[in-house]
Design a protein around this ligand. Structure first.
Ligand code: PMP
Length: 338
């Protein structure tokens, strides 16, 4: 693997990093799969690659064709980069509430960016539904046709984790893994990991932010939610095709306060600059470690790089506006410097 044939070939095979504070406070070995080291700096590069390969194999995506997707951002970045490396164009539909850094990166990656007002999934103008209609239109007019990636209900997404992330983690831990946990956006990661690891005896947990409906679904059988979260890319309100057949062994609702404190601590003490969903994941791993007891090995996902959220998660005014704790390193006036 010394020379990768193209950028698509550089997706995956990310390191597993021991998370010191989380491990120390639980007496477990808590490990993070460093997905922020993918070429597009997020876990979604894997789904993007598998969705593109699947569409090519099925004859839907023709050379020079266009890939259309509705995304909170990371899937768009992955599709744009992997797509460009394989000669495809991309058109990305994003809710305008997502971070400016992700929007800039999508444009930089060469995709055309369409911003739409944030609307619930049931609304016909929700970004996902909008992207589906746009793909249908572009398929009639674009020179080499267009496909809709449909990450939420296209199980090529989950397949990426069944075929790559799961086996990588199994091999990296030498099979010494007792638990895996992460949050769900499309659900591709958590359900794919469950399909790969539960048959090997590994317990799989779901960490859900406020405002998502999955914790309620898996604990009471009803999809209901309350509150909201500053985290991006996670917090699902329905059972997507990727989540079908998935049953978590552990399930936690994690408030933002718990997640952001972990993110700030990682940045200050472990050199890891992570986005908010990683905080939810590690908070979930800590809770699962406490429930399983000391001595277990639990793996979670380090989803994306924190520079993607400088204007929000790492902005003191934004944090104050959400009634969240402001870490000292963000709140330092120039006069405080030596
Ligand atoms: N974290 C971030 C930052 C994401 O962008 C996403 C995907 N939208 C996830 C976590 C969740 O991944 P999945 O779609 O596989 O559930």
């Amino acid at each position: 693997m010394a020379i990768r044939s193209d950028l698509a070939d550089a997706v995956g095979n990310t390191p597993l990093i021991k998370l010191r504070a989380a491990s120390e406070q639980t007496g477990c070995e808590i490990l993070g799969k460093a997905e922020f080291l993918n070429p597009g700096q997020s876990v979604k590069d894997r789904a993007a690659l598998f969705i593109i390969r699947d569409a090519i194999a099925k004859g839907k995506l023709k050379p020079g064709g266009t890939i259309v997707e509705g995304t909170a951002g990371n899937t768009g970045i992955g599709l744009a980069l992997v797509g460009a490396s394989m000669g495809f164009k991309t058109v990305i539909v994003i809710p305008e509430t997502q971070s400016e850094e992700k929007k800039d990166m999508i444009r930089l990656a060469g995709a055309e960016l369409v911003q739409v007002p944030a609307k619930p999934y049931r609304d016909p103008n929700n970004y996902i539904r909008y992207s589906m209609r746009l793909a249908e239109e572009l398929n009639k007019t674009a020179p080499n046709g267009a496909i809709w990636a449909n990450q939420f209900d296209n199980t090529a997404n989950r397949q990426a984790h069944i075929e790559t992330t799961g086996p990588e983690i199994w091999e990296q831990t030498g099979g010494k893994i007792d638990g895996f946990i992460c949050a769900a956006g499309s659900g591709g990661t958590v359900a794919g990991m469950a399909a790969a690891l539960q048959p090997k005896g590994v317990k799989v947990g779901l960490a859900d932010p406020d405002g998502a409906a999955l914790h309620s679904y898996y604990t009471t059988g009803e999809l209901s939610s309350s509150g909201g979260s500053i985290t991006e890319g996670i917090g699902q309100g329905r059972i997507t095709a990727n989540l079908e057949g998935f049953t978590p062994d552990y399930c936690y609702n994690v408030p933002d306060r718990e997640a952001v404190e972990i993110v700030f601590d990682l940045l200050e003490n472990e050199g890891l600059v992570m986005g908010g969903s990683t905080g939810i994941n590690i908070a979930g791993a800590i809770r699962m470690a406490k429930d399983m007891g000391p001595g277990h090995t639990i793996v979670t996902i380090l989803c994306d790089y924190g520079t993607r959220y400088q204007s929000k998660l790492f902005n003191a005014d934004f944090l104050r506006s959400k009634d969240l704790p402001v870490p000292k390193f963000l709140d330092r006036a120039p006069a405080d410097l030596p």
